[in-house]
Design a protein around this ligand. Sequence first.
Ligand SMILES: Cc1cc2nc3c(=O)[nH]c(=O)nc-3n(C[C@H](O)[C@H](O)[C@H](O)COP(=O)(O)O)c2cc1C
Length: 326
Amino acid sequence: MLALEWIGQQAVLAIGSTGERRPIDPVLVGLLARLGEWAAREELRQEGIDISVDSLDTLVQLGVLETSPGENRATACGWHPFDLDVLQIQSIGGVAPRTKPPPPPFRPAFEGRRIELPRGALPAMTLAEALSRRRSLRRYGARPLSLADVGVLLEHAARVVAIQTDSNLGEIVYRPYAAAGARSELELYVMANRIEHVVPGLYHYEAREHRMIHIRAHDKGGAALNAWLNDAMGQTRKGEPQLVLVIAAVLERLFWKYGRFGLTLAYQDVGCLYQTLYLLATALGLSPCAVGAGRARETAKWLGVDELTETPIGYFVVGVPEADLA
Ligand SMILES: Cc1cc2nc3c(=O)[nH]c(=O)nc-3n(C[C@H](O)[C@H](O)[C@H](O)COP(=O)(O)O)c2cc1C
């Protein structure tokens, strides 16, 4: 905690953690009031907060500010200070102090109608062939995706494989894709555009039970997501994909163990899931494409979840290839 005292005309900064008290340049009072938000030195100067390097040094010595070496070079390389901060958190890594019991690894079930998904053997294509054939494909035929293919795709990419209970960490959930700490923070939502025997709409994938639960029929939100994905996939896209997976992260499951490092881990976990989906979809003869851009707020609203509790961070599009039409 920081306290600011005025002794006559002199501002004195008291540091709660060390008990240290240091006279500071009054202009730093303005800076401290602005520290909740990022601002470049030039912007601050325009607001009348003209800080000398010596004054900044004082705050560094007091442990109020941290320096990041080579920041000018970083800016020249295209780094934004926020992104450098994320990198810094990643290099610190670590484990957060745990004051609460671990959050459950499964969200409360939705109320809607359940669709038990078929299970099936892994496609026969060898790993070598799937790796060499894998491409992002963005042209889709009109025929619906079979429910059998949806079942096999989700079963071998995302179902719960095993659960272990640990007295400190709670339930540790293993899935086919690797995930940091096996915290199972990723929740999958299925936007079914054209799936055999499935009413078009939005579903949640229950990974433990390997089934989909209906959330809502196609509506304006679904149409908006389809239109936005169309833009994100550029000019080569043709037709509407049969299925879109929306990947949301319950970050609390990671934050509980890893603190702020959790967001970076969630992005890495999505990468593992993407590649697993790519290889399986390839082996099934489908057209897969990851979409990295995001619309977390709009998508969360459409899913009917709170964006801070369950945050959409990835999209994976799967279709039946255009040539299938022939
Ligand atoms: C994290 C990630 C994000 C991507 N985002 C998009 C996207 O927003 N739009 C798109 O059309 N393709 C996207 N792609 C697909 C890439 O464009 C594609 O992987 C790349 O062009 C290489 O082609 P290939 O997958 O056929 O090897 C993404 C792929 C990844 C892995």
